[in-house]
Design a protein around this ligand. Structure first.
Ligand code: SF4
Length: 348
């Protein structure tokens, strides 16, 4: 029988497990406390009887991945991790430091099947989805490694979280547990390439997280060249889903727009984008694209980015330009992993 994952379980579930082994329920809470305090080896859970430790170690793994590579940016304290789960699956995870606190960007799947042409994670397709506990394990791993409390989480690494809906939502609820990490939903952002039925389903979940939608173009033909998902859902359908999300949750939707030189950075693109978003509860995050080997995509120069931003601002759209962080450590999604595999290591 395969081993179960301790981090999948809530306090009640852990209590049931230990009771099933003939131990009092409070032992379950002790296991929970060890995990959330960063003790990841069952044999290091010192206040548990050794017989219980042995029994647990036979039936369970913690779900915590091992750190197989770590790069620290010289410029801004960004740390990029390559993590390996017990089945050999490898994902990336990034720690970013902002004025308002520490953010962890987690991966929701091993690989991704959405096929965005600018994304290194898309190259090998989808390997598997991560469970809620495995997602949580990324945050706990970073917290233990850095010794600093994680205050914000963005689900924006490899994978499409809405293609792994139940685990992503389960993870969001786990993050908020008062006796766990206690990260409020307003400190959590979920990023999607725009799966419309799932955006609507997410709106009905009654969560207060920020929804971030990758738009990347202001017309369907350009968007479809960058993101195959655009062949399934037209921009107008995506926006309709986002309006529903904003109306149900009262939350402002963020639109991500990766600026690619000569593809979507023209003045007419900015004009079209502004008229699409007119009157919506939203803001736009412009991201000068991170060059991915073989994609042929280049970043527009700074003045081009500024012009694009100004055109949106003049038309009443709230805009930010994403600060580039960790560029010296392969900051874009999937790049560290791609490099690791290229170096001759085996990875999923
Ligand atoms: S950008 Fe996101 S949705 Fe698109 S292929 Fe990469 S990981 Fe998947």
């Amino acid at each position: 029988m395969s081993q179960r994952v301790l981090l999948e379980m809530d306090i009640q579930g852990l209590k049931e497990v230990v009771k099933g082994y003939g131990y009092p329920a409070y032992r379950g809470k002790q296991i929970w406390d060890w995990l959330y305090k960063g003790t990841f080896e069952i044999t290091d859970m010192k206040n548990l009887p050794w017989q219980l430790q042995e029994r647990l170690a036979m039936d369970f793994v913690t779900g915590i991945p091992s750190i197989i590579k770590k790069r620290v940016s010289k410029f801004d304290d960004t740390i990029k991790y390559l993590l390996k789960y017990h089945d050999g699956s490898i994902v990336e995870c990034v720690r970013l430091v902002y004025r308002f606190g520490t953010t962890v960007c987690v991966s929701s799947q091993v690989g991704c099947r959405m096929g965005c042409t600018f994304c290194a994670s898309a190259k090998g397709g989808l390997v598997r989805s991560l469970s809620s506990g495995e997602l949580l394990a990324q945050v706990l791993t970073v917290q233990r490694d850095t010794g600093k409390r994680v205050s914000n989480v963005v689900i924006m690494g490899s994978g499409e979280p809405l293609d792994n809906f139940d685990n992503a939502v389960g993870f969001i609820r786990m993050l908020g547990h008062k006796e766990g990490l206690n990260i409020g939903q307003r400190h959590i952002t979920l990023s999607t390439c725009g799966l419309v039925p799932e955006i609507i389903r997410l709106a009905d979940e009654g969560l207060q997280i920020t929804l971030s939608v990758s738009l990347h173009a202001a017309d369907d033909a350009t968007r479809a060249r960058l993101m195959p998902v655009a062949k399934k859902y037209k921009i107008e359908e995506v926006l309709e889903g986002c309006r529903y999300y904003a109306q149900r949750t009262g939350r402002r939707v963020t639109f991500e727009y990766a600026l690619v030189e000569g593809r979507n950075d023209r003045p007419e693109d900015a004009q079209r984008l502004a008229s699409l978003l007119k009157g919506m509860l939203c803001n736009v995050n412009l991201i000068p694209v991170n060059p991915v080997e073989g994609s042929g995509y280049r970043q527009p120069d700074r003045s081009r980015v500024r012009e694009f931003k100004d055109m949106l601002t003049q038309r009443g759209i709230a805009v930010t330009v994403r600060r580039e962080m960790g560029r010296d450590i392969a900051g874009a999604c999937g790049q560290l992993k791609a490099g690791y595999i290229k170096e001759g290591n085996i990875g999923n």
